[in-house]
Design a protein around this ligand. Structure first.
Ligand SMILES: C[S@@+](CC[C@H](N)C(=O)[O-])C[C@H]1O[C@@H](n2cnc3c(N)ncnc32)[C@H](O)[C@@H]1O
Length: 427
């Protein structure tokens, strides 16, 4: 039988009786697949592997511990025979054929009336692959397609509008480099009808969205919110209620100074199905792009992430506790004064990383005492992450007198000190 002879179709077996003859591993696998499709499965086999016994014990299928009989074909719509004994499989298969029941014969692919493809599910997409008479080849193709769907590199967008409400996904997009998005984020983006986008985050992925996907820009800069948060909340709910799959693409992580919790609560209040997808926060990744680990054995064992307003006075003001300031450029001088008043030594190193991961990323390093005037001198601007503490000494951007070399027992790869840096970082 040539592959061209087949007619691919999808059986809807929900609530329909099916028969599996055989109790070995193959039979167990097929029985499981049939159960997943909602079929009423009967297994006929004198003996069965644990997987079949367990399914029978839990009442998910019926196992008849005996030999096959012709009467077993009275009720099923579909038969799988996998006894491991070719003559038995051939008999089941022939008798099914006489009764016009589709049968997959596991021991005789060539003469089998039906074939089981290699199957995978990604979201609500089911992939089924037949590849000639080569099941391993079919599995390899299936895996490749599933992986591509999973990471959003194949078009997953729905073209039939859901008759019900749409959904909202609050997706953390990371600090801007698309390579730092999660696979789940990519997939949701590939499925989106509407993307509600921040100013920060992986903006370049917006250019690759399929035609017809609507992008609603709601980007804010510190102190300047052209679309206020209340309005963003309303847009999310409005678009979802109109039946759209909405991705709220946020910079960094939705739950790190990102108002994700408020957006989630608003969607729930309006009975909109909402999920949150964690992202790589700029609080950790942007310092990393300048060669600064937020903790490092011997230098800092903990860190705090704040916005540079009132919370600073309550933090440990010590060089061995890293303080990370987001949205902190404007209040930099005030923040440094607050930390100094809490006891932070004036010579504690401070780094400002502007536009992390962008081609024009810039790192400015000085001391707690000197950073505000240095920032003014060079014209530091948002977006920027400010890092305060001894970990800044590890940055290859640190001036000689502030820098330390990671000690040999540390986990930083000393032979390639810049291996975790953004491209273009000095070494
Ligand atoms: C409203 S907060 C959102 C933080 C986000 N939820 C996160 O986890 O990264 C925005 C601030 O994050 C920082 N930021 C985000 N992306 C950045 C980047 N690529 N480079 C520098 N700072 C960045 C800046 O401090 C910016 O003002």
């Amino acid at each position: 039988m040539a592959l061209m002879d087949i007619y691919p179709t999808a059986l809807r077996l929900l609530g329909r009786p099916v028969l599996v003859v055989g109790g070995g591993k193959v039979a167990a696998r097929r029985a499981k697949g049939l159960l997943d499709a909602g079929a009423l499965v009967t297994v006929v086999a004198p003996d069965a592997v644990d997987a079949v016994r367990q399914l029978a014990d839990s009442g998910l299928l019926r196992w008849e511990p005996r030999e096959y009989r012709t009467q077993d074909l009275e009720t099923p719509w579909f038969v799988q025979t996998a006894t491991g004994v070719a003559v038995v499989d051939a008999k089941v298969s022939a008798e099914a054929e006489e009764r016009r029941i589709w049968c997959v014969n596991a021991s005789d692919h060539e003469n089998s009336a039906a074939w089981t493809p290699a199957v995978a599910s990604v979201a609500d997409v089911k992939i089924a692959v037949n590849a000639g008479a080569d099941p391993r080849r079919a599995m390899a193709v299936r895996d490749a397609v599933a992986a591509a769907l999973d990471e959003g590199s194949l078009p997953l967008r729905h073209h039939r509008r859901a008759s019900t409400k749409g959904t909202v996904a609050l997706v953390g997009g990371g600090p801007g480099d698309p390579g730092l998005m999660t696979v789940h984020a990519r997939r949701l983006l590939a499925e989106a009808d509407v993307v509600v986008a921040d100013r920060l985050g992986p903006r370049s992925v917006l250019d690759d969205l399929p035609e017809g996907v609507r992008v609603i820009e709601v980007g804010k800069t510190p102190g300047h919110h052209p679309v206020p948060q209340d309005e963003i909340n309303r847009i999310l709910v409005r678009e979802a209620l109109a039946g759209n799959r909405v991705v709220r693409l946020k910079g960094g992580d939705p739950y790190v100074l990102g108002r994700g919790g408020e957006e989630l609560a608003f969607c729930r209040e309006h009975d909109v199905d909402v999920q949150v997808v964690s992202g790589v926060t700029s609080a950790i990744s942007v310092p990393a792009a300048a060669g600064i680990p937020v903790t490092h054995r011997g230098l800092a064992t903990g860190f705090s992430v704040v916005t540079g307003h009132d919370e600073l006075g309550n933090l440990p003001a010590r060089p061995d506790h890293t303080v990370i300031l987001l949205m902190g450029v404007k209040s930099l001088a005030r923040s440094m004064a607050t930390l100094a008043a809490s006891g932070l030594p004036a010579d504690t190193p401070v780094a400002i990383v502007e536009r992390g991961y962008a081609a024009d990323q810039r790192v400015t390093i000085s001391t707690a005492e000197g950073i505000a005037s240095r920032a003014a001198e060079v014209g530091v601007e948002n977006p920027a992450v400010i890092v305060v503490g001894d970990v800044v000494r590890l940055s290859p951007y640190a001036p000689e007198h502030l820098r330390v070399t990671p000690n040999l027992s540390s986990t930083v790869p000393v032979s390639s000190p810049g291996s975790y840096l953004a491209p273009g970082t000095p070494r």
